[in-house]
Every structure is written in structure tokens, then in C-alpha cells.
Write a protein that binds this ligand. Structure first.
Ligand code: AMP
Length: 191
């Protein structure tokens, strides 16, 4: 199995690139943001719990997020590997993921971060907000909060996997195909 964490700030293109990686490498894409939006769309208890955090650009509590992620992995065991997108976002989430995978004799093979500057991120998210219908994509202060949360807490996850020499960074600027090309050459040489 090949298990990848696709990492980077909100709006860095993780979802777009994950969809392309799925096609090429036949992995299962698990986006915790997408899972939450699905739960919210279906008015489930989990969705109701998560909604206010998401609408304000804050992290949903770890126990809720980790439980949801584990369910998704457990219900899809027969795959070539997973692309984790938007997870882990905190050190406790990373530790839980490592332990959870180790219990299945699995491991994270690489964390790949898309490097995009803050100004570009805000522009991309506002553009996406015109069609995504996401409340958290349409308000500047919510977007800024999401960036702050990334810089203050989520970015530590990079260091967690860097200690294991698993973290890589690629330039997240350019066309979708250019960025995908960088990702593939990393996948084919280092992962
Ligand atoms: P995303 O689609 O990855 O940008 O996620 C949208 C929102 O869902 C985030 O701003 C958080 O509120 C919530 N979320 C997604 N993944 C996580 C996570 N791993 N931990 C906590 N909250 C999350």
C-alpha cells in the first residue's frame, strides 16, 4: 500500500491534485472536509456538531474528526492506498493516524506539501467561493482565520513527519498540469 498525506494550506489545490493522483495511482482519496460537508448536507448528528466550527474556519474537535476518519478507512480496506487530504491537521491527529495504521501493519509513506503564499491562497479561495457555495470560502475574516489556524497549529504536522524524513514540499504555483507533474515526479522517485 502507498499512503500519502497531501498537505498544504486551505486553497493550495489539494483537492484538485488528489483527484488527478487518484486517476493515475489508483488510490482512495479521503478528504475530511468533504466528509464533513457530506454529513452537514445530510443533517446528521455529526454534521450538526461540526457545522459551527467549519463555518467559522475553526478546527472540528479531534475526537470527532479522528472517529470519522477511522470509519472511512475501515469501510474501505481493499484499496491500493489512501490519499489523506486535510487530515491530519493537529499533532494528536497525526499520532492517532500513525497508531491506527500501525495496528493494520500500514504506515504513512510520504507527506507532500503544496507551497502557496497567503495572498494567492486568499485569491483562490474567494474565486472558489463564487461556485463552491461554502460559507467558509466567502468571508475574508473566516478565510484569514483558516490561514491562521494552518500557520499556528496545522503546520506542525509537517515537522512531525519531517522527523521521520517523510515530508516533502513542492511549488504549488503554476498550472494544474505543472503542479501535477511535480507531484508525479516526487511520487515516482521518493515515495
Ligand atoms: P477543508 O475542506 O479541508 O478546507 O476543510 C474545511 C473545514 O473542515 C476546515 O476549515 C475545518 O473546519 C474542518 N476540517 C476538515 N478537516 C479537519 C481536520 N482534520 N481537523 C479538524 N477540522 C477539520
Amino acid at each position: 500500500m502507498t499512503n500519502i498525506i497531501l498537505f498544504g494550506p486551505p486553497g493550495s489545490g489539494k483537492g484538485t491534485q488528489a483527484a488527478k493522483l487518484v486517476e493515475k495511482y489508483n488510490l482512495l482519496h479521503i478528504s475530511t472536509g468533504d466528509l464533513f460537508r457530506y454529513e452537514i448536507g445530510n443533517n446528521t448528528p455529526l454534521g450538526l456538531k461540526a457545522k459551527s466550527y467549519i463555518d467559522n474556519g475553526n478546527l472540528v474537535p479531534d475526537e470527532v474528526t479522528i472517529g470519522m476518519l477511522k470509519n472511512k478507512v475501515d469501510s474501505n480496506p481493499d484499496v491500493k492506498g489512501y490519499i489523506f487530504d486535510g487530515f491530519p491537521r493537529t499533532i494528536p491527529q497525526a499520532i492517532s493516524l500513525d497508531e491506527f495504521l500501525a495496528n493494520k501493519d500500514l504506515t504513512i509513506n510520504a507527506l507532500i506539501a503544496l507551497d502557496v503564499d497567503d495572498e494567492e491562497i486568499v485569491n483562490r479561495i474567494l474565486l472558489r467561493g463564487k461556485t463552491s457555495g461554502r460559507a467558509d470560502d466567502n468571508d475574508r475574516s473566516t478565510i484569514q482565520n483558516r490561514i491562521d489556524v494552518y500557520n499556528e497549529s496545522t503546520s506542525q504536522v509537517y515537522g512531525h513527519y519531517n522527523e521521520k524524513e517523510l515530508s516533502h514540499t513542492i511549488n504549488g504555483l503554476g498550472t494544474i498540469e505543472e503542479i501535477f507533474g511535480r507531484l508525479c515526479s516526487l511520487m515516482d522517485t521518493k515515495v
